[in-house]
Design a protein around this ligand. Structure first.
Ligand code: MGD
Ligand code: MGD
Ligand code: SF4
Ligand code: MO
Length: 738
């Protein structure tokens, strides 16, 4: 391991950022800076000793410009932040210049942290349902009530009748593994996370193909393909990397039915019909293979199943997929050739791809594209994320049996270090009590009443529970259904460990407690309190966050002290290229598995095939609906109550091409949008930035709630992720609001 406390000498991370910040016009208007204005310093050792200063502040001493260096958690990117404290309050937040992932830049959400922390909507006390209203209670009573319920449920129905869902937000702060530990002791296998709807097809497809995870390294690519992803809104750090590569001359291909900001600046913008991407990828493979453009040496030495792949893709010529994808033959040929001949190249896939029926096969197709062009385990292609080796807070033994969903989605359930349920089956289980009753749930860091497909059904299912406890920072649509609501601390009110393993930067930082709201507790604290009340303290031996972090860090080679001494974070390793070519790929064959025996064994197609229900428009529902386009200003259902952000995006709109609008008889006005699952009313916005025949709506708004229109009945058959794009719909005019 490298010396972890300074930037490696041959620094990959010492990226020169342009002197003048680059401004981009946002898709919803407004100018946002991208890129900092400085050279990253050689060392991350900060001038401030965090612990000492914070202790002084906590003792109430006035410190005029106390800066706490931490990492933002308004989304999962963890940009470095300098929080300025005055009189025990955060008064200003700026980007940390020396953070290598964010280089001193914050997005609008990060710049609104002060408003978020202090927002009027914060829950500040535990609440207990009292008919239609809430009664303020103390933590003792809340924990007591939950403990008594859990004891009774276990007696009457068995421990597996208790399920826990940890959504995207709390999964970023280790609440998942502490909850796992609690469930192990209690005896229930039914832990679910946001992974049920998010991202997981990518690591699963990588593991099937390469035996392990790979991620793109766009900053060193000569050709970047943004496929079903819109990083300008969803990943600010990646945006900077792409722009850096672009400035150095990288080619850019965007594959998206919408003309996103990057699409406008791309060399090639392909607009496939939603849900047709697998066909498109197979046709690109066809062009590359039939023109013998692939990396012959790599294919020969490092792959298995190439002959079968070759035979399989014969049927998918550009001519044959032209109609189904809507992409002209010459465009497919051009994209395939540019991708293949402009190495190193990296495809970055997003929700537009894995929120399809067939999402996992889509990612497999892209993994194969990367592999046969030799863009695996190589700089600027897909590279190995450098994980920090940490202790898992969950108990090591698999104590509590098989979770729900294992029979249908075995690859999903078995993906992690511990088994995890697939929530795709949970709503039905709650309603039907099959295969067995689940009577009690605890939900933290997620808002499934709004973020899971088929909201009407989810709401009914959550209402049917004997008991529901929700922990959140604000009163959400899900919390409103609960019997007990617990006030969560935000990331500025607790200390937690963050590592940047997803961003190819081997960097770790402590998110730090800067302020305190007396009754708002961090998630880990809730689990420890509950464990203590239930007599499980021997299994949960920690009493504060530092002990928890210390335990996690034990095998890593860095210590809590290192992190405290370096409040802007530390490097813990160096990027690696070409290691698999030395040691072999960790698959059964030791090679890249273009043909997957594992998929064949489980009864799935061993080579990527398009989903049968991919394109299923009808006379009744002639348009294709894509849901979920991210707003730069919000994270899923959060921050609509933060005024500075809401001002920028006051309301949701349905994007529709003027030609389609004309055909449907609608203008810029209120419309009714309907799918087989439900209908909503929303304002239409006519724009040429979307392909004809497609309607795009965001999600996370309570009014209208997009997930009234979606369902979890036809998920991806391998991963269980819901289909949230390419949904047949129709649109009709309501009254005129223009
Ligand atoms: N600001 C902000 N950032 C976020 C989040 C947030 O809520 N807000 N959420 C975070 C999370 S958890 C996630 S999962 C990521 C998601 O990040 P992204 O994947 O970037 O999410 P989207 O903005 O929905 O971008 C998906 C793109 O796919 C396109 N698309 C839709 N259907 C299809 C299709 O059939 N084929 C193709 N090729 N493209 C299609 C859409 O037009 C859209 O531009 O963002 C993360 N970052
Ligand atoms: N139609 C449609 N539906 C989708 C998607 C889509 O594209 N289209 N995307 C899907 C995807 S990719 C995802 S990831 C999910 C996201 O869905 P969710 O995981 O439900 O995400 P959020 O709405 O951000 O809910 C997070 C909640 O956690 C709370 N919170 C924040 N910090 C903390 C904390 O430290 N502790 C606790 N206890 N709570 C905290 C927030 O206030 C918020 O209420 O939605 C999915 N649903
Ligand atoms: S991208 Fe924005 S919200 Fe996400 S961590 Fe960075 S500053 Fe915070
Ligand atoms: Mo997600």
């Amino acid at each position: 391991m490298q010396n972890c406390l300074s930037i490696p000498r041959n620094s990959d991370y010492n990226i020169r950022i342009p002197l003048f910040p680059l401004f981009l016009k946002g898709e919803q208007g407004g100018l946002y800076p991208f890129g900092g204005s400085r050279l990253l310093p050689k060392t991350c050792v900060s001038r401030l000793t965090y612990g000492k200063k914070l202790n002084m502040a906590m003792k109430g001493r006035k410190l005029d410009s106390l800066i706490v260096k931490s990492a933002c958690r308004m989304c999962r990117r963890a940009c470095g932040i300098d929080m300025r404290l005055q009189d025990g309050r955060i008064v200003e937040v700026k980007g940390t210049a020396e953070n290598p992932a964010s280089t001193g830049v914050l997005c609008p959400k990060g710049r609104a942290i002060v408003d978020y922390i202090n927002s009027a909507g914060r829950i500040r006390h535990p609440l207990k349902r009292n008919g239609d209203s809430w009664r303020q209670i103390g933590w003792d009573e809340a924990i007591d009530t939950i403990a008594i319920k859990l004891e009774r449920i276990k007696r009457e129905y068995g421990a597996r009748a208790f399920a826990v869902y940890i959504g995207e937000s709390a999964s970023q702060c280790d609440a998942t593994s502490i909850a796992r530990r609690f469930l192990d002791v209690y005896g229930s296998p039914n832990l679910f996370t946001g992974g049920s709807l998010c991202y997981r097809p990518i690591p699963i497809a990588c593991r099937l193909t390469f035996g392990k995870m790979f991620i793109a390294e766009p900053e060193k690519s000569r050709c970047i393909v943004l496929w079903g992803i819109n990083p300008y809104h969803s990943n600010r750090q990646q945006t900077t990397q792409i722009l850096t590569a672009r400035r150095a001359g990288a080619r850019l291909i965007v594959i998206d039915p919408r003309r996103t900001l990057f699409a406008r600046r791309a060399d090639i913008h392909i607009q496939p019909k939603p849900g047709s991407d697998c066909l498109l990828a197979l046709a690109m493979l066809n062009v590359i293979v039939s023109n013998e453009l692939y990396d012959k040496a790599f294919v020969k030495e490092w792959t298995v199943g190439f002959d079968r792949l070759k035979e399989h893709i014969l049927a998918y010529t550009p001519e044959k997929v032209e109609e189904a994808t809507g992409v002209p033959v010459d465009v497919i040929e051009q994209a395939a050739t540019v991708f293949d001949t402009t190495g190193p190249a990296s495809i970055i896939p997003g929700t537009g791809l894995y929120h399809q029926v067939g999402g996992l096969q889509n990612i497999r197709a892209l993994a194969i594209l990367q592999a046969i062009t030799g863009n695996i385990d190589a700089a600027g292609g897909w590279i190995t994320p450098i994980e920090l080796h940490l202790n898992n807070l969950a108990l090591p033994e698999k104590a509590s049996g098989r979770p729900l969903g294992e029979d249908r989605y075995p690859l999903f359930v078995a993906y992690g270090r511990r088994l995890e349920g697939q929530a795709a089956v949970l709503t039905d289980t709650l309603l039907t009590e099959k295969p067995y009753p689940v009577k009690t749930m605890f939900i933290a860091g997620g808002n499934p009443a709004l973020s899971w497909p088929d909201s009407a059904k989810v709401t009914k299912a959550l209402q049917k529970l004997d008991f529901l406890a929700v922990m959140d920072v604000r009163m959400t649509e899900t919390a409103r259904l609960a019997d007990i609501v617990l006030p969560a601390a935000t990331f500025a009110e607790t200390t937690e460990l963050h590592t940047y393993s997803e961003s190819a930067i081997p960097y770790a930082i402590l998110r730090k407690k800067a302020v305190e709201i007396p009754e708002c507790l961090p998630d880990w604290k809730f689990w420890l309190l509950l464990a203590e009340r239930m007599g499980y303290q021997d299994y949960c031996p920690w009493s504060n966050e530092e002990e928890v972090i210390d335990f996690s860090l034990k095998p890593s080679g860095i210590t809590l002290e290192d992190l405290k001494k370096n409040p802007a974070g530390v490097f813990y390793g160096a990027k690696q290229y070409g290691t698999c070519k030395k040691t072999g790929f960790p698959t059964p064959s030791g090679k890249v598995e273009l043909y997957s025996e594992k998929l064949a064994e489980l009864g799935y197609s061993p080579l990527p095939v398009p989903a049968e229900v991919g394109l299923r428009l009808s006379k009744q529902y002639p348009l294709s609906l894509i849901t979920g386009a991210r707003h730069l200003e919000f994270t899923h259902s959060q921050f609509r109550d933060v005024a500075a952000l809401r001002q920028k995006v006051p309301e949701p709109v349905a994007e529709i091409h003027p030609e389609t609008a004309r055909r449907c008889g609608v203008g810029n006005q209120l419309v009714r949008l309907e799918t087989a699952n439900g209908r909503i009313e929303i304002k239409a916005k006519l724009t040429e930035d979307i392909m004809p025949g497609v309607v795009s709506i965001p999600f996370g708004w309570s009014e209208p709630n997009t997930n009234v229109l979606t369902d979890w009945q036809t998920p991806d058959p391998i991963s269980g992720l819901p289909c949230l794009v390419g949904i047949p719909c129709n649109i009709e005019a309501l009254r005129d609001t223009s």
